[in-house]
Design a protein around this ligand. Structure first.
Ligand SMILES: [Zn+2]
Ligand SMILES: [Zn+2]
Length: 434
């Protein structure tokens, strides 16, 4: 059998012999079977520089390497030789490259910059949406398969975008998936998945609370105008297809529910009193807007800041306890993210989280107490957009530049905070003064 040669370096002085193997499990036990063989022409010096295992093998004149696919091997070898393999590379290739890198002890960060560049070139959102819509067998555009690589290869932009997409576009429990057969150790920490699902649940309750707000107000009386407004408001919500919220929220992606709410249409006409004379369309608009802007995705830098840092849990405890909110927000590579991202990215101990959250609440309450009046009405069309991707300029330098986070600057430069504005808008929509 002639073995195919892939030239990585035309001046290469050694051929690595790859045995592509698959794992067979049968009555006789578990063993590996070679299903393909390839030769890679590479530079011996380059190979020896980056992997202790390959170095040991080459020293004893063994050129044999093993992997489950040639995809990951080729990607890694090209990166080691200063190339930038992007054409024809998919997320399963990325997974194979991670596994090959790990099993052969190449430098842990060797794939990081390359992955960030590769990810930036991918039409992520368009292909994620198409995958969610058609659910093909091919997993290469399954957004869940991007979670582990983006986290493991420390790409803050990719991780933020993928987690944001999943929270708004997945109908049920968010989990990760593998596009290849890999050992169980290649996975996220459990807590990351828990936090993603918590964020998804939080979106549901934010939206529900805003939508239900008028009901509390108008059901507090038994006037016939209020009772008829309550029924009409409910009916108009049902007509959008997004109500009853709690039941549909368990089986419908948030983006779909919000998009459908954009069709809401009801004005209280005829006899109305001070309680039921509300702009119900404004209430629904506020719900769509607030739910859309609530969560930006998980921030790797906020997660890292709250992860255990020392070998002593006691030392970690005191380190966390002295960490202020500001410390979490400075130094994040993703400049535009809000407080919800910070909350849900917290991977530290629960009591620290609760304390920091309480501090944030107190701070917001103090800001609100300084006086905020109703905000000008916004253009309804602008607020019915189901997501805010335009803001992100996918993979753009806006995210990657170092320096002070824009979100932080924005908060400092404008008098009212994000939550201040949101609060005032909801209160105004519900006919209450802020
Ligand atoms: Zn009334
Ligand atoms: Zn952050």
């Amino acid at each position: 059998m002639s073995v195919r040669v892939i030239v990585i370096d035309p001046q290469g002085d050694v051929h690595l012999h790859l045995y592509v193997q698959e794992l067979i499990k049968n009555d006789a036990g578990t063993f590996k079977r070679t299903i393909d063989e390839l030769l890679f022409q590479v530079s011996k010096a380059t190979m020896m520089r980056y992997s202790s295992r390959v170095k040991d093998a080459l020293r004893t004149n063994s050129n044999d390497i093993y992997a489950a696919s040639s995809k990951g091997v080729e990607i890694l070898l090209r990166i080691l030789h200063g190339q930038n393999p992007t054409v024809g590379v998919d997320i399963s290739g990325v997974w194979h490259a991670i596994v090959f890198r790990t099993e052969n002890y190449f430098s842990p960060t060797i794939l990081n910059d390359w992955y960030a560049g590769w990810y930036k070139l991918q039409p992520i959102e368009q292909n994620f949406r198409e995958w969610i819509r058609t659910k093909p067998e091919d997993q290469n555009w399954n957004p869940r398969c991007f979670l582990f690589p983006s986290w493991h290869l420390n790409d803050a932009v990719a991780f933020l975008e993928v987690t944001h997409f999943l929270v708004y576009n997945v109908a049920r429990y968010i989990s990760e998936e593998r596009p290849i057969k890999a050992q169980d150790k290649y996975r996220l920490d459990n807590q990351v998945i828990q936090q993603l699902n918590a964020a998804r649940g939080r979106l549901r309750s934010i939206a529900f609370n805003i939508l239900f707000n008028p009901m509390e107000r108008i059901l507090a009386t038994k006037k016939s105008c209020c009772e008829s407004a309550a029924g009409d408001y409910h009916r108009a919500l049902v007509e959008t297809g997004s109500w009853p919220w709690e039941r549909l929220g368990n089986s419908t992606p948030m983006n779909t529910l919000l998009k459908q709410l954009g069709d809401f249409s009801y004005q209280a006409l005829g006899e109305t009193c001070g309680r039921c004379r509300l702009d119900y369309e404004d209430v629904v608009e506020a719900c769509i807007h607030e739910t859309n802007i609530y969560f930006d995705g998980l921030c790797l830098d906020c997660m890292d800041a709250s992860n255990p840092k020392t070998e002593s849990s006691d030392r970690d405890y005191w380190k966390h306890s002295t960490m202020s909110k500001g410390e979490f927000l400075t130094g994040c590579r993703v400049k535009l993210h809000g407080e919800a991202t910070w909350y849900h990215s917290f991977m530290g101990r629960r009591e620290d989280f609760d304390r920091l959250r309480q501090e944030a609440k107190t701070e917001n309450a103090r800001e609100l107490g300084q006086g905020s009046q109703t905000q000008p009405r916004r253009n309804r069309k602008e607020n019915t957009q189901p997501n805010r991707r335009a803001k992100y300029q996918h993979g753009g330098t806006e995210y990657r530049d170092k320096g002070e986070p824009k979100w932080h600057l924005k908060k400092k430069d404008t008098e009212k905070s994000k939550s201040d504005e949101s609060y005032a808008r909801i209160m105004a929509a519900c006919g209450l003064s802020a």
